[in-house]
Design a protein around this ligand. Sequence first.
Ligand SMILES: NC(=O)c1ccc[n+]([C@@H]2O[C@H](COP(=O)([O-])OP(=O)(O)OC[C@H]3O[C@@H](n4cnc5c(N)ncnc54)[C@H](O)[C@@H]3O)[C@@H](O)[C@H]2O)c1
Length: 381
Amino acid sequence: MKKFGVGIIGCGAIFGVHAYPLHTIENVEVKAVCDIKQPARDAAARLFGCDAYEDYRAMLMRDDINVIHVLTPHYLHAQMVIAAANAGKHVLCEKPMSINLEDAKAEIEAGRRNHVTIGVISQNRYNSASVAIKTAIDSGSLGKVVGQRILLAWFKPDDYYKNSDWHGTWDKEGGSLIIDQSIHVLDLARWLVNDEIVSVQASIDNRNHPAIETEDTAEGLIKYRGGVQSVFYATNNYTYNSPVMVETHCEKGMALMEFDRAQITYRDGRELNVINNPNDTLDEASYQAFFNQSSAQSAMQTLSQWGVFGSPITIPITWKTPRPYWGITHIKQIKNYYESLAAGVQPDITAAEAFKTQEMICAIYQSGKTRQMVQLNQAKE
Ligand SMILES: NC(=O)c1ccc[n+]([C@@H]2O[C@H](COP(=O)([O-])OP(=O)(O)OC[C@H]3O[C@@H](n4cnc5c(N)ncnc54)[C@H](O)[C@@H]3O)[C@@H](O)[C@H]2O)c1
């Protein structure tokens, strides 16, 4: 079986959600980790018994590493993805692929030029509820998609921004609500419609986070070539992270995704209900065992000395734990990425595929800032 040596850049909140799948995939070995913060990289290196780097460029020089995971603040994604590709490494990058379209195009070009595979995380496409709806729509059983409504009402307290050196900034995060939180649900919605976006008209606003310069509220209308109209509303000003919702209105029925459930209703009275099975995505006991190793315990101690506390669920580690609400399917996308590399085929979510969502995100910002409709000319899959 083809073996992959892996390097991880960025050992912050999302690190654990990549570390655990990498630990479970047989033909993968994490050779090195990198973070500019010493406690973070040391803790991560202890977890894998691997080397730690402060400078990612030094890590990219290793011949025994052929895949790089990029888990850093948004503004660093493009430069790291491109440097890794130029070093001949395949790359799996966290969302978003970049904070502007020029960088996103440069990433795709670097992948082509160096004959490496660049994947971008959008794990919620792998939720059972998402897969059920996608299958129902693609089968044609629901008829043509005609419209969509998308709702995200989450809670981001001021402390979320105060405790970060990059969230809530245009130059480092590239926006906030749209590029960081809503990107998941907007990507999912676009994937379900599976058509070219022709125009975006949106508004963005900051209504309740005076300490940050970026948006906490947005709404808009996205039009597709085939006539589908998607409307969305998103805010980080609600009082808790309420269930996200995507309702896809089709000629012969309705597909509703809410939180971790899908409800597909046909005009003829048939109804299908699907709920995500957590055991399908994560074996929590082995996840806990991995992070409960003594190395992780000492990592935890170091990190808790920083005053960072773990999630309310039981895993005693500050790295991001599976969330009780939405989006723990990283493991499926990461497996698809490595299986595809081993088979010499493209993974489900390539940089070219992620680019279409990036274009939509950038158009929302452009429209919101200029108060003009933005026309797009997306290439069809
Ligand atoms: N898919 C999801 O559900 C999901 C959830 C959370 C975060 N994310 C994404 O993951 C990425 C990281 O987010 P996070 O929440 O882990 O952020 P974070 O701030 O917790 O961690 C980022 C880490 O990168 C390190 N870093 C910064 N500059 C670096 C450099 N030059 N070289 C090496 N390391 C550097 C920081 O020291 C920090 O440890 C973002 O793209 C974010 O959008 C995705």
